[in-house]
Design a protein around this ligand. Structure first.
Ligand code: N2P
Length: 356
């Protein structure tokens, strides 16, 4: 019994010590624990200067972590044990997170800069009334190619299967994007859930294997700009970034159709600093900040007033600010539900393993 009491006392002493140490460390950095904001964003998806500016203006210390897929981000938030205050999922992930109770409702009264968002990016079907999410960037999925290394024009997805492209294609590491491209190339919807169609897409992707040099993350931009491969399946904003590094390259959305996506800021239910999260979202909605971010990252801003701050060569480029006529032909990913999303992931994993 005595031993137990001693053990208990020891545990208390260690716990108090740790609490004291944490408080000391936080205060020695000039921050109290209530004065931090943990942001969980895609890699290469913000101008770091804006984070510094936000810290200076708000007095809030930013803790910043990145993810490379909606799936990885959702798993981490759903698992718990994290304290993310702001994240930036894509639309189908937002619909799924809402369904699973992983998001907190937003207080629009704390987001006066929301007035600058182009109304066509508001009130979309994945989040009516923008109750849980605020537009950040948007874009398409397409093909970036180097006319010095290939004569193909990529008006059709089928060009990717051309024999001349052996070991010349880099694919972004995304289940929805790669399976969606397989489905689109067969003229099926990228939200198709018909098992026969999915197996057909998988078989067709299997035939693409000899042309695939690698499936990669954010390094895809550096590899394509350095001409390590002729072609890449990329998000439009990455294409714009690649093309600003290497002007020879071009970007096209193949005619069978492709994906139109929207990444929005959300407050996950793991949030500790809800006030600070609203302050950060509002900061990113400021037209000058949104323009600076769009110019730095290369992605397209949904902020109408920010567009006016961007050079005409960016805001007038139809490849990255496509017309309504083109976007109306594209498809937005649906939330396919837990089971079907897991199935897409499985098919993608099998495709990746088959390559090795
Ligand atoms: C940026 C990733 C952009 C994600 N590295 C597009 N949804």
């Amino acid at each position: 019994m005595k031993q137990l009491v001693r053990l208990f006392a020891a545990v208390i002493v260690v716990a108090l010590g740790l609490m004291y140490l944490t408080a000391y460390l936080n205060s020695s950095q000039g921050y109290t624990s209530g004065n931090t904001l943990t942001i969980y964003n895609w890699g290469d998806y913000i101008d770091p200067e804006l984070l510094e500016q936000f810290e200076e203006e708000s007095g809030i210390k930013v803790i910043y972590q990145t993810f490379d897929s909606n799936e990885a981000m959702m798993t981490k938030i759903a698992q718990g044990g994290t304290t993310f205050d702001v994240s930036i999922p894509s639309e189908y992930a937002i619909a799924k997170m809402k369904e699973e109770g992983l998001l907190l409702p937003l207080d629009h009264a704390k987001l006066p800069n929301l007035q600058y968002i182009d109304p066509s990016f508001m009130d979309l079907s994945f989040d009516p009334g923008n109750e849980y999410s605020i537009p950040y960037f948007w874009g398409t999925v397409g093909v970036v190619f180097n006319p010095d290394l290939t004569d193909l024009q990529f008006e059709s997805w089928d060009d990717l299967w051309d024999k001349s492209l052996r070991n010349q294609i880099l694919l972004l590491d995304g289940a929805r994007e790669v399976i969606g491209m397989g489905l689109n190339s067969l003229h099926y919807s990228l939200n198709d859930t018909n098992e026969a169609h999915l197996q057909e897409a998988k078989a067709k992707l299997g035939k693409l294997t000899p042309n695939v040099k690698a499936i990669v993350g954010d390094e895809i931009k550096m590899l394509l700009a350095n001409e390590e491969a002729a072609v890449g399946l990329v998000w439009s904003g990455d294409a714009s970034e690649i093309m600003s590094e290497n002007e020879k390259l071009d970007y096209i959305v193949p005619s069978e159709g492709s994906n139109l996506w929207f990444d929005n800021m959300v407050i996950p239910k793991t949030a500790r600093n809800i006030e600070g999260a609203h302050a950060f979202i509002n900061f990113m909605l400021d037209p000058e900040h949104a323009a600076q971010n769009a110019e730095y990252v290369g992605y397209s801003t949904p902020n109408a007033k920010a567009l006016a701050h961007l050079p005409e060569e960016i805001s007038g480029d139809e490849r990255f600010y496509p017309s309504k006529e083109l976007t109306s032909k594209l498809e937005v990913y649906d939330n396919l539900g837990k089971k079907m999303l897991a199935h897409y992931n499985e098919l993608f994993l099998e495709f990746k393993m088959h390559r090795k």
